[in-house]
Design a protein around this ligand. Sequence first.
Ligand SMILES: Cc1cc2nc3c(=O)[nH]c(=O)nc-3n(C[C@H](O)[C@H](O)[C@H](O)COP(=O)(O)O)c2cc1C
Length: 298
Amino acid sequence: MLSLDAGTLGPAALQNYLQYAVAPRPICFASTIDAAGNVNLSPFSFFNLFGTNPPVCVFSPARRVRDNTIKHTLENVLEVAECVINIVDYAMVQQTSLASTEYARGVNEFVKAGFTMLPSDVVTPPRVAEAPVQLECLVTQVLPLGENNGAGNLVIAEIKRIHIREEILDNEGKIDQAKIDLVARLGGDWYCRITADNLFKVPKPLTTMGIGVDALPAAARTSHVLTGNDLGLLGNLAKIPDDETIEAMARREEVKDILDATIGDPANRERELHELARIYLQGGQAEEALKVVLLAAI
Ligand SMILES: Cc1cc2nc3c(=O)[nH]c(=O)nc-3n(C[C@H](O)[C@H](O)[C@H](O)COP(=O)(O)O)c2cc1C
């Protein structure tokens, strides 16, 4: 494993390692305005949601690594403590990247990147009409994280009004994760797109508390067949089945076949039972899988 002391790396090397590893990052497409009324639009992937009551987002226009200058967005929110955080979808990504060009102060990136300004309801900066979600925010605090090249500036923005394009809603009026077509930033020039085929669900841990991986037999925990994801699913089950239930499992045809074929061959028996447990897990039958794993340990 490559282990590095952050203090010994220059800002460019740090930026490279960290932006590739801390990824994907959502993109805040921030619309701001200066005291003279000049509009600015810039993307920031040092961005996330930090609370919902009050609803708060934070993003960071950092000091330029190149020459330690500060960004117009930061200057603007210090002059007019408002912003609109526009959410970026795939259809907008090339123009969003164009809007990150370092145009001179006062140049409106809505115009340069070809986006449409939509008046906001409660703040002065306009919204990006093309964005699927637009968050009108008041900037409550700006926290500098340092003074050297690459230092962040946390812009803490409280969301006051939310606009959502109706086409991305499901039948219950909630955002459909597959329809919003989000993009996110990774390291260098890499981006990713969230599409229906790369979405998956992880069930929340049981509120009643799962048995935990430590409750599984040692052979399961050190298995060469079962993966960490498999152990996570097994550890999330509510209880260890009783002996009678495990014995009943031994009479199931596919289990019995393995037991009969591996008499006197414990290593292969364990491996084949673990493989069968994986098949159950992949089919969503975690309880059956646990019974097989326990049987393998008898
Ligand atoms: C997708 C994307 C994400 C970016 N994220 C950040 C970021 O989090 N922080 C930052 O300082 N610059 C970031 N940049 C670069 C800024 O957008 C760029 O410096 C921009 O010119 C700043 O504009 P301004 O000076 O008008 O505020 C990003 C650029 C792109 C394309």
